[in-house]
Design a binder for this molecule. Structure first.
Ligand code: FES
Length: 113
């Protein structure tokens, strides 16, 4: 199991917003987007849309889903599942935990769906 990265306080990411943890910081080779969803929870997916190359962190969060800003594919923030065209491939999830008011990201550890 990989070590957690403390990406800051829960207050650093407003609800409905996301923060990108660059590949060189998270060690996975891919940028990771950490989302503060409207259900109050935090979720993490690989930031690059599986359809082309858009940043999902720049997309729109609705409920526990994110909509890609370029062609509007939607992904489940909990499972990474691609919910509509044009994306057909799931986004990779990463475990996120909130502890003592801080957001901890576990790169390469799949989220428990
Ligand atoms: S780049 Fe995301 S849907 Fe096309």
């Amino acid at each position: 199991m990989s070590d957690a990265i403390n990406i800051g306080s829960v207050d650093d990411i407003d609800e409905g917003e996301a923060k990108v943890i660059p590949a060189e910081e998270n060690g996975t080779g891919e940028d990771i987007a950490v989302f503060h969803a409207e259900d109050g929870n935090f979720y993490a997916l690989d930031d690059t849309c599986t359809h082309e190359t858009a940043s999902l962190a720049d997309g729109w969060i609705e409920g526990a889903e994110v909509e890609c800003p370029v062609h509007s594919a939607r992904f489940c923030l909990k499972t990474g599942e691609a919910l509509c065209m044009p994306a057909t491939i799931a986004a990779r999830t990463h475990k996120v935990e909130v502890r003592d008011g801080d957001v901890l990201l576990y790169p390469n550890v799949p989220a428990e769906a």
